[in-house]
Ligand binder design. Structure first.
Ligand code: GLU
Length: 409
């Protein structure tokens, strides 16, 4: 099953329970616009290289479309389409006034110099600048993109449209970024761990966590959990994983990653690969890398009491089914990792207001939105006897559907 099919499978399960008319269901799953562009740049050695870039704009009933931009060799239209759709539901769950979109460029950014990535980002922006904008579609960082990439996008977009800080979020702090944005997705994941653990009668302190992925989401989640007294017993990145049942010193690990580029080789740990890490016994498993890692092949062997999806689409529907049968609760991506887009919204608000919020305010408002969104979803799950994912989709579809009908089709 491909990613867009998987997302639609979750969508449809909720839609059918809501008795959504078939025509509205079709309207809501169909992306508004799909753009594929050629991105040709000159390499540092003078050669020309051509990449394929995508921007899929899924839905704008609730506001300008919003979603990240990823650089990865496995990006394809199907994946971007699915991720754009997830953004529509994610923004609806946390009730920020945005729709959903996603972009990607098929490339392995590790193969390119900083100057080449600068040119790639600017050329991609040249190709899509007509369809994005502070009131149209607002990109943000995602897999392998960061604040620097957003700074280049903002600069390039502003050459066409005049000074436009609100065209992207996740910008550097020194260039219209928001305090707390970089760690926001990880912080939101931690809040979801706290809430879902409490429902199981557990707390972060004293629980064991396994985190697949040590990029922006995984590393911040690890750091915040560690500070709160959680035991991170294993983490991994593209190079492989490390395991220490006594718990990892995350501050020292971050220093090791900063020095060597990978978690691998950290002191006093055994090596573990990226597949086996998912099967370790723990209280909370946080997949925070790429999609499609939990499948029918490994779901039966997962030994976590709770799964909190830091990544987008880590769980395929067949695995989700297994977790339901095994009564392992899954806090779904569209809720669990919504902290990023929530603080993106705060950044956009600050850019529009030309007024800066303190980090305390950002974190407090993030916590309030994440916790109330979790409780609303859990309430639907409890009263309608649904898994959290179906409950989350139900909430999102209700909100997007209502906005669509109110606007008039
Ligand atoms: N890429 C992040 C996500 O998947 C953040 C998107 C945003 O801030 O617009 O939610």
């Amino acid at each position: 099953m491909d990613f867009f099919e998987a997302t639609n499978c979750y969508f449809q399960e909720a839609a059918r329970r809501m008795d959504l008319p078939a025509n509205i269901e079709k309207l809501l799953v169909t992306p508004t616009r799909e753009l594929q562009v050629q991105v040709s740049i000159e390499r540092d050695n003078g050669e020309i290289e051509t990449f394929i870039g995508y921007r899929v704009q899924h839905d704008d009933a609730r506001g300008p479309m919003k979603g990240g931009l990823r650089y990865h060799p496995k990006v394809d239209l199907d994946e971007v389409r699915s991720l754009a759709s997830l953004m529509t539901w994610k923004t609806a769950i946390v009730k920020v006034p945005f729709g959903g979109a996603k972009g990607g460029v098929v490339c392995d950014p590790r193969q390119y110099s900083e100057r080449e990535l600068n040119r790639l980002t600017r050329t991609f922006t040249d190709q899509i600048h007509d369809v994005i904008g502070p009131e149209r579609d607002i990109p943000a960082p995602d897999v392998n993109t960061n604040a620097q990439v957003m700074a280049w996008m903002m600069d390039q977009y502003s050459k066409y449209h005049g000074h436009s800080p609100a065209v992207v979020t996740g910008k550097p702090l020194d260039l219209y970024g928001s305090a707390g944005r970089e760690e926001a997705t990880g912080r939101g994941v931690v809040l979801m761990c706290r809430e879902a653990l409490a429902d199981l009668g557990l707390s972060i302190e004293g629980s064991d966590f396994v985190i697949q992925g040590f990029g922006n989401v995984g590393s911040w989640a690890a750091q915040i959990l560690h500070r709160l007294g959680g035991r991170i017993i294993a983490v991994s990145d593209v190079g492989g994983g490390i395991h220490n049942p006594a718990g990892l010193d995350i501050d020292a690990l971050r220093a090791h990653v900063a020095a060597t580029g990978s978690v691998v080789g950290f002191a006093d740990c055994s090596r573990i690969d990226n597949d086996s890490i998912l099967l370790l016994e723990c209280d909370v498993l946080i997949p925070a890398a790429l999609g499609g890692v939990l499948t029918e092949d490994n779901a039966h062997e997962v030994r976590a009491r709770l799964i909190v999806e830091g990544a987008n689409s880590p769980t395929m529907p067949a695995a989700d089914h297994v977790f339901r049968e095994r009564e392992i609760p899954v806090v779904p991506d569209i809720l669990a990792n919504a902290g990023g887009v929530t603080v993106s919204y705060f950044e956009w608000v600050q850019n529009n207001q030309q007024f800066t919020w303190t980090e305390e305010r950002v974190n407090a408002e993030l916590e309030s939105i994440m916790v109330s969104s979790y409780r609303t979803v859990r309430e639907i799950a409890t009263t309608k006897k649904l898994p959290l994912r179906t409950a989350a989709f139900t909430l999102a579809i209700g909100r997007v559907g209502k906005a669509t009908v109110l606007r008039g089709i």
